[in-house]
Design a protein around this ligand. Structure first.
Ligand SMILES: [Zn+2]
Length: 234
């Protein structure tokens, strides 16, 4: 069974807000709740990192991702000057295969918000020659066996246009829906194992062993094989 952990990014008392009354902790709680309901309707076991008034530190939230297929931390953004708009998705730098997943999450949410996609991003720092994910939630989840780890910024609440969108409950449902669509698409694709995908691609496309080897040497070869196999099966 697929298991997903949603992190509603901030707790009551957090002061991140837009110029005309939107509060990030409220908005992301609503998005998280809609997303949970949508995923559960598809038979996916979905949990939160926290209750409404709990406020675990970011690393601790991430660590709860042990045993989950996907972890997503829900946020809305701020640039400081109110000029930036758009959606961006951070992923674990040590999982480069998630770049496409993160990109499509950002693209799909920006298309319902009517702003631009800022795309898939990683953010890291280096300490004593070692690289670490910048965000505590991603670092914490990255220390577990969780397969896909994301932090999504669904719009800029300090931008007048994005804030106006975020203040409408029905729009928060649309954001959750756009996220759910991509999560379902990518997790069901990855339901197929690499071995199963190899077999399908080899047989359907009539490829020889050498060609199969070349495909697997490609950096994203395993993900590509699964994608090809999925398309061939449909
Ligand atoms: Zn935030």
């Amino acid at each position: 069974m697929i298991k997903i952990l949603i992190d509603p990014g901030h707790a009551p008392g957090n002061t991140n807000k837009g110029p005309t009354g939107y509060y990030e902790y409220q908005g992301v709680w609503t998005i998280s709740s809609y997303l949970k309901e949508m995923l559960e309707n598809k038979g996916i076991q979905t949990e939160f990192t926290r209750t409404w008034d709990q406020n675990p530190d970011p690393y601790e939230r991430g660590q709860k991702a042990a045993g989950y297929d996907l972890f997503i931390s829900e946020h809305t953004n701020a640039s400081g000057d109110g000029r930036a708009r758009g959606v961006e998705v951070f992923y674990d730098y040590s999982k480069p295969q998630d770049v496409e997943f993160a990109q499509q999450l950002a693209d799909n949410v920006s298309s319902v918000m009517g702003n631009s996609s800022r795309g898939a991003k990683t953010r890291v720092y280096t300490e004593s020659g070692k690289i670490y994910n910048y965000y505590g939630v991603i670092r914490g989840a990255g220390a577990t066996d969780c397969k896909h780890i994301f932090l999504i910024e669904s719009g800029f609440h300090d931008n007048a246009d994005d804030e106006a969108f975020l203040k409408v409950d029905e729009n928060l449902r649309k954001i959750a829906q756009a996220q759910a669509e991509m999560i379902l698409k990518f997790l069901w694709v990855n339901d197929m194992t690499v071995q199963e995908a190899e077999k399908v691609v080899k047989e359907r496309a009539g490829l020889d062993d050498n060609t199969m080897q070349y495909l697997k040497y490609y950096r994203y070869g395993e993900a590509l094989l699964i994608k090809l196999a999925e398309d061939m099966e449909h």
